[in-house]
Design a protein around this ligand. Structure first.
Ligand code: SF4
Length: 186
């Protein structure tokens, strides 16, 4: 059993999250999260990790040129981390008072939210308690970890056009699937 999943989340006010979002002042001025969190009904910082053993095993497989096995484990571990983050999101929103319609999570390093915001996020949430640390370049260790903010609110706040300047280099366009999922929610 390689994975040792752990998670942490904490509710945060819009005002306090404003400082986390602002981070080191390097966000893109168009980052959609800026307008989304300001209209939210609930916010929580979160972090999940699968632990060090999985990441070590992936590195070992690649180091020993077992590329297929390494790639398979890498992709499975990424999916598992995403599922763990989704589970934390569900746990947080299930504890909220009624009044919000949908939720979405965002992570530093994506969609105009500069990765250096990890610094303030880590200072506030302290994911070191579940074994996640931050490098000087704001990358998390262990690698198979996800951190960010869960936003709960009315559906309309999560709908935006994905035509910002920084979208031109986006290969995944995951926001489209996430927005479609929210539109389908009853
Ligand atoms: S297209 Fe990519 S970068 Fe732009 S908002 Fe969507 S997920 Fe983010």
């Amino acid at each position: 059993m390689l994975a040792a999943p752990r998670s942490v989340f904490m509710e945060i006010t819009r005002r306090d999250f404003g400082a986390v979002f602002e981070g080191e002042g390097l966000n893109d001025s168009e980052a959609p999260l800026g307008g989304i969190y300001e209209r939210s009904d609930g916010l929580a910082l979160f972090a999940v990790t699968l632990g060090r053993a999985v990441s070590r095993q992936i590195t070992d497989l690649f180091d020993s040129h077992e590329y297929a096995a390494g790639a398979m484990l890498d992709s499975t571990a990424s999916e598992s981390a995403e599922l763990a983050a989704t589970s934390v999101e569900r746990t947080f929103v299930s504890g909220l008072d009624a009044g919000f319609e949908a939720s979405m999570s965002f992570s530093p390093g994506y969609c105009g939210w500069h990765i250096s915001a990890q610094k303030k996020l880590f200072e506030t949430l302290q994911p070191v308690d579940i074994g996640i640390t931050l490098t000087d370049t704001f990358l998390m260790q262990p690698l198979k970890s996800i951190s960010g903010v869960i936003v709960a609110g009315r559906k309309e706040i999560f709908i935006f056009d994905d035509n910002f300047e920084f979208c031109s280099t986006c290969r995944t366009r995951t926001c489209r699937d996430r927005m479609n999922a929210i539109k389908k929610q009853v």
